[in-house]
Design a protein around this ligand. Structure first.
Ligand code: SF4
Length: 291
């Protein structure tokens, strides 16, 4: 069995070609609002993945309509998934979440949801809600795992354990919901063997997709301060070395797992390190050339 491409997986799941539309529902995060901590994960700068039409000044449906317009000229028959990516996409009351998710699904041509969240923000009530929605509109829940190594989780201030991530993934998958695991490669102090151990452990879980990217040092983060003070032990991959390591990671995953993404490109104005200056397509070319 050959590994399915992410676009083909989505097409099979939804029965048509779909585009994810980023929506900022105004969530915060327990690692920022004081419930668990106030500083957040040391690398976190949500501005790096929130497009202009994802500002909370407009509501969920308006953001989706604006984003649809952006894509409408390119693909006339496209259907869409509302992507609750910013901060923690299940961090609100069940009533509030239901209202936000239903608002998104009421927008014409929006046929599913992708919800990105922390593993410690999946209560039984939220799981019931997700299961309920999943019965009518297929959803995908992305869980931020990042690494299995507890010392790294503490170093990056994730404020949850690997066990917590592992349990959340099993619980969500047991409800028939597709789960994606998010990993970061190149976290401080980790060797390539440490990262392969993370990939191998995640591969034992009932995940449908895996998404990973290189650690990026972004302005305005605690990581940036540590980097500027020269306190970090980071792997200095070139794009070619990173692409080669991506091959090793992907080859270590069973073919049933769909790989969604392997590189991230933060806005240049925010990015301090690594300054690869590559668009995703340019990285894909480097990756292909290593095959
Ligand atoms: S990376 Fe996610 S979990 Fe960590 S502080 Fe940012 S929003 Fe919260």
């Amino acid at each position: 069995m050959a590994r399915q491409r992410y676009s083909d997986f989505l097409k099979q799941l939804y029965g048509t070609r779909v585009q994810k539309l980023n929506v900022n529902a105004g969530f915060t995060c327990p690692n920022r609002d004081g419930s668990l901590g106030t500083g957040g994960c040391i690398y976190c700068n949500n501005a790096s993945f929130t497009p202009a039409f994802g500002r909370t000044t407009s509501g969920v449906s308006q953001q989706l309509l604006d984003a649809k317009q952006f894509y409408a000229g390119k693909y006339s028959s496209m259907k869409y998934l509302a992507y609750f990516q910013s901060f923690t996409g299940t961090y609100a009351s069940v009533n509030k979440l239901r209202s936000l998710y239903e608002e998104a699904l009421a927008v014409s041509d929006v046929i599913g949801l992708v919800i990105s969240t922390r593993p410690d923000c999946i209560s039984n009530e939220i799981l019931d809600l997700l299961s309920d929605i999943n019965r009518q509109h297929r959803i995908i829940v992305e869980i931020g795992v990042e690494t299995i190594h507890e010392h790294t989780l503490a170093l990056i201030n994730r404020c949850h354990s690997w066990q917590c991530a592992s349990d959340a993934i099993k619980l969500i998958a047991s409800c028939g919901i597709h789960v994606g695991a998010h990993l970061i490669l190149g976290l401080p102090g980790e060797s390539e063997d440490d990262m392969l151990a993370t990939a191998n452990a995640v591969a034992q879980l009932p995940v449908t997709t895996v998404k990973f990217h290189q650690l990026q040092v972004l302005r305005g983060t605690i990581l940036a301060q540590q980097w500027e003070r020269g306190e970090l032990d980071l792997i200095g991959w070139t794009p070619q070395q990173y692409a080669s390591f991506c091959h090793r990671i992907i080859n270590s995953l069973p073919e049933r797992i769909v790989v969604e993404r392997m590189v991230s490109t933060a806005p240049p104005a925010l990015l301090l390190h690594p300054k690869w200056n590559l668009k995703p397509a340019q990285f894909r070319e480097i990756f292909q050339n290593i095959l």
